[in-house]
Design a protein around this ligand. Structure first.
Ligand code: 01S
Ligand code: CA
Ligand code: ZN
Ligand code: ZN
Length: 430
């Protein structure tokens, strides 16, 4: 350290370190450049700032871990505020966040007091509330909260969601904005966590780094008071662009040693272990009876029998060989209100098939050929990390892959959590 107790110089040093500048303690040009307001009369100009060198994450799925909690709040409250603080950014840009409880995460989160080993000691109540490091290895992305603050979930003291959302902006590559209405404005202003919408300036900032998000189009929220109404699916005469980042599937199943992906009038078949690009085929070339818009499909591997669902009917095949005529899904023991299934997956070890209907799922015992008691259950409650509706699901190598809109979630049954998220379209070679 070069300086004495000069508090101005100390402040400048602190700022320089955060902005990735050379730490001199002097207000030089590059430091001024970071703080100065754009001198521009044009309204609607972006006020967000990136860090010098524009550091950003070179991947879309980031891990985070809370390593030290605070006595001000319960661990569950901290987890909730952190989750919501990250969500602010993942709805605005193609970013996913996965929580881990062990090892090194991209974003290591902790509550710290005073000196805590990174040469930016906290200053006790008020003043600096928190800090975060710009994207990068090691300390990069790490986010520290001053444990001396009164952290709350409400409007008193400092609202953790508000500060966390701001800090995660830094952790993702945004410096402070000069727009007073932005989240990345340097001063604390309480933000209501529920229904929070990221201000325009911050949206521009995060999208300048990571591009824009199109996922919102797919978040079909289940109608709360409309019981199990089938959604009319438009039948498109044109081929879907399966490499479009918004691409989603209708149904996915294993069939023998192959994986089959259905979308509108098309399907793709590929070896489960290979990831070469594959060409789509018209569904009618292999399954003329199914035509298009398959809702769900699954195969009971040991029986060599597969089931395809469309509205209130299902078809049975052995491999590509259609067996008999369509039957009613009531055969499985669904309540009469269920007129359509979103997704189905056969779990090989359990010998159970899970059927997903809106925000709930049913479990069917394939050995007893009976629907299990105590279902439906909430998807969100039972499958941590999966929310909203599921388009398709399949089990491969013991993992369940949930397809929801443009995202495919790899779910680990043992860990009871999502362990990876990729673009759905990457499964058909995009
Ligand atoms: N952290 O992101 C900050 O902006 C620090 C000051 C840096 C120089 C370390 C801070 O704690 N600022 C206060 C704050 O309220 C004023 N930050 C969070 C916020 O929500 N704006
Ligand atoms: Ca403080
Ligand atoms: Zn720190
Ligand atoms: Zn800040």
């Amino acid at each position: 350290m070069t300086s004495d107790g000069n508090s101005m110089s100390k402040k400048v040093q602190q700022m320089q370190a955060f902005f990735g500048l050379r730490v001199t303690g002097k207000l030089d040009y590059s430091t001024m450049d970071v703080i100065k307001r754009p001198r521009c009369g044009v309204p609607d100009i972006a006020n967000y700032r990136l860090f010098p060198g524009e550091p950003k994450w070179e991947k879309n799925t980031l891990t985070y871990r809370v390593t030290k909690y605070t006595s001000s709040l319960s661990n569950a409250e901290v987890d909730k505020a952190v989750e919501m603080g990250l969500k602010v950014w993942s709805v605005a840009a193609p970013l996913n966040f996965l929580k881990t409880n062990t090892g090194e995460a991209d974003i290591m989160i902790s509550f710290q007091s005073g000196d805590h080993g990174d040469s930016y000691p906290f200053d006790g109540p008020r003043g600096t509330l928190a800090h975060a490091f710009a994207p990068g290895e090691g300390l990069g992305g790490d986010t520290h909260f001053d444990n001396a603050e009164k952290w709350t979930m409400g409007m008193n003291g400092f609202n953790l969601f508000t500060v966390a959302a701001h800090e995660f902006g830094h952790a993702l590559g945004l410096a402070h904005s000069t727009d007073p209405s932005s989240l990345m404005y340097p001063t604390y202003k309480y933000q209501h966590p529920f229904g929070f919408r990221l201000p325009k300036d911050d949206v521009k900032g995060i999208q300048a780094l990571y591009g824009n998000n199109t996922t919102f189009i797919w978040s079909r929220k289940p109608g709360s008071n409309v019981p199990h109404q089938p959604l009319p699916k438009p039948s498109t005469p044109t081929n879907p662009d399966h490499c479009d980042s918004r691409f989603s599937f209708d149904a996915v199943t294993m069939l023998g040693k192959e994986l089959l992906f259905f979308k509108d009038r098309l399907f793709w078949r590929r070896q489960a272990q290979l990831t070469t690009s594959v060409q789509p085929l018209a569904i009618t070339t292999s399954f003329p009876q199914l035509m298009s818009n398959v809702d769900a499909a699954y195969e009971v591997t040991e029986r060599g029998v597969a089931y395809f669902f469309k509205g209130p009917h299902y078809w049975t095949t052995r491999g590509f060989q259609m067996q008999g005529s369509p039957r009613s899904i009531a055969d499985f023991g669904f309540p009469r209100s269920v007129l359509q299934i979103d997704a189905a997956v056969y779990l090989r070890d359990e010998k159970k098939t899970l059927f997903f209907v809106e925000d709930e799922y049913y479990s069917y015992d394939e050995a007893k050929r009976k629907m299990e008691k105590d279902f439906p259950k909430s998807i969100e409650d039972e499958f941590s990390g999966i929310n909203g509706r599921i388009d398709a699901a399949v089990e491969v190598n013991g993992y369940i892959y949930f397809f929801s809109g443009p995202k495919a979630y790899k779910y680990d049954k043992e860990k009871e959590d999502v362990v990876n998220i990729v673009k759905s379209s990457s499964w058909v070679g995009c």
